[in-house]
Design a protein around this ligand. Structure first.
Ligand code: URA
Length: 239
């Protein structure tokens, strides 16, 4: 059983907030009867009409994609470039990515049709840790690594604490591999952080999202999340 306003929002009719207004205004019927009470719970089988039009209900689905390079983290693209939802060919549900990875960034991306779940994952207070591996120009000093871990002043404010480790260096090419674990998800955050300390990112991959990894997957592969994984993620997040 789920709350009526959530089911309406989930069907993509409108936001949860507006769905509440619709209910109070008597525009919603459950099994043919107008319901005006907020918080009414409805079963999966109930037919729900908004302004006399039945809503299409979708069961929530959750996927993990190993995003390849040159793919947009969106559901469509005005320039017709490949988008992440092209890869998830196992569902008719209207899924979308939870957050974004840049066009040239590879790695772990979650997709769902559950707006509450997506919001909970992205809420700053949920503090979901994401692990990135960056190939950067040059060799960051210990001092620089410490600066990165304490937080970097960016134009939209100082970044939160990060776990930063030096993985390896390539003297010949003058590049290094750095791992960063951050809880935030600002636009181009890792690139901007590393650019600020004069070690521009040459390649970026997200290897981990909370406890989820890319184990067993190749770029372009995806899998459904297990119910136990979804439950664990929900437990980690604020609701
Ligand atoms: N930080 C970035 O700079 N790019 C990404 O795609 C993800 C995190």
């Amino acid at each position: 059983m789920e709350r009526l306003q959530k089911v309406i929002a989930h069907a993509g009719v409108t936001s949860r907030r507006k769905a509440e207004d619709y209910i109070v205004a008597g525009r919603v019927a459950v099994n043919g009867k107008v319901v005006t009470e907020l918080g009414t719970k409805v079963s999966e089988k109930a037919t729900i009409e908004v302004d006399g039009i039945p809503i299409e209900r979708e069961a929530p689905v959750f996927f993990l994609l190993y995003k390849p390079k040159k793919v947009i983290s969106a559901v469509d693209d005005d320039k017709n470039r490949p988008v992440v939802t092209d890869y998830i060919n196992e569902t008719e549900a209207r899924i979308y990515p939870i957050g974004r990875l840049d066009y040239d960034t590879t790695g772990l991306l979650l997709l769902t049709n559950d707006g509450d779940f997506a919001n909970a994952m992205m809420h700053p207070r949920s503090n979901i840790k994401k692990t990135y591996v960056a190939k950067v120009k040059g060799k960051p000093s210990k001092d620089t690594l410490q600066r990165l871990s304490r937080g970097i002043e960016l134009e939209d404010g100082k970044t939160g604490p990060a776990k930063v480790s030096f993985k390896s260096g390539n003297k010949k090419n003058d590049t290094s591999i750095i791992e960063l674990v951050i809880a935030e998800g600002r636009n181009h955050q890792i690139k901007r952080m590393l650019e600020t300390v004069d070690h521009p990112v040459l390649k970026l991959k997200r290897e981990q999202y909370a406890f989820l990894t890319l184990d067993g997957l190749q770029p372009g592969d995806f899998r459904a999340l297990k119910p136990v994984e979804v439950a664990r993620l929900r437990e980690m997040a604020v609701t």
